[in-house]
Design a protein around this ligand. Structure first.
Ligand code: DC
Length: 226
């Protein structure tokens, strides 16, 4: 008998540095294709926030890995499809985007045992009909067999400017030069860590969004997928 696995999910990975537009584009693609969405950065942010909240020593890899293993998180869809994130039943959708959490997430993401603790949780998102997996190591480590791999990047200045505007609309005011410095520091750490560094998979389609609008990037991504 010929058995075909018709429900095998399609996985499309979108990796790249923060501020490259990955988050927005991943949401747009997931909605357009009717696929599920994994915001893997949110998982690292959640571990960082949970650790900060309960007084875990961020310098202790074991203690942070323990937090990652027991992470009580729910990703829910609420009013018109906007995603809400609950940590131990409390809404933390905005809290995980704060600069202090960004820095802590980048630090704890370098711990191999934290990454290992989050691996199965991330792979469980790959269900039919398909998944858009947004992160740093989606195409290289988490979903090496993904059917389509995209790598989205932009200059540090362009990314800092986008982040600046994003924070301003949320009423968070930060110094632009500090933001560029923070982005460079985070890039450096994410790209040079020993485990799962930020780098394109060898077969990834690389898109530089520095001088492109969101709609132009979206069109380019769709063209790469279909
Ligand atoms: O994409 P983001 O800015 O929300 O990610 C937060 C941090 O988590 C960032 O410093 C990089 C890290 N991260 C990672 O190491 N691996 C991923 N797959 C996603 C994010």
């Amino acid at each position: 008998m010929h058995v075909m696995n018709v429900s095998a999910p399609i996985v499309i990975t979108i990796d790249g540095p923060s501020g490259s537009g990955k988050g927005t584009l991943s949401q747009m693609l997931a909605r357009h294709l009717g696929y599920h969405l994994l915001d893997s950065g949110a998982l690292y942010r959640l571990v960082a926030l949970a650790a900060m909240k309960n007084g875990t020593d961020l310098d202790s890899e074991d203690a942070v890995a323990h937090v990652a293993t027991g992470l009580d998180v729910i990703f829910s869809l609420e009013n018109a499809g906007s995603a809400q994130i609950l940590l131990e039943g409390i809404k933390v959708t905005d809290a995980i985007r704060q600069e202090a959490v960004s820095m802590a997430a980048s630090k704890i993401a370098a711990y191999p045992s934290v990454r290992a603790a989050l691996l199965d949780r991330q792979r469980a998102f790959a269900v039919a009909p398909g998944l858009i997996a947004d992160g740093r190591d989606m195409g290289t480590t988490v979903f090496p067999a993904a059917q389509v791999k995209l790598f989205l990047t932009a200059s540090a200045e362009a990314r800092a400017e986008r982040r600046y505007k994003q924070l301003c609309t949320k009423g968070e005011f930060v110094d632009m030069a500090e933001l560029v410095r923070d982005i460079r520091e985070r890039d450096e750490r994410d790209s040079n860590r020993a485990i799962s560094p930020l780098r394109p998979a060898s077969e990834a389609v690389i898109i530089d969004s520095t001088a492109m609008t969101i709609d132009e990037v979206f069109a380019k991504m769709l063209a790469a997928i279909t």
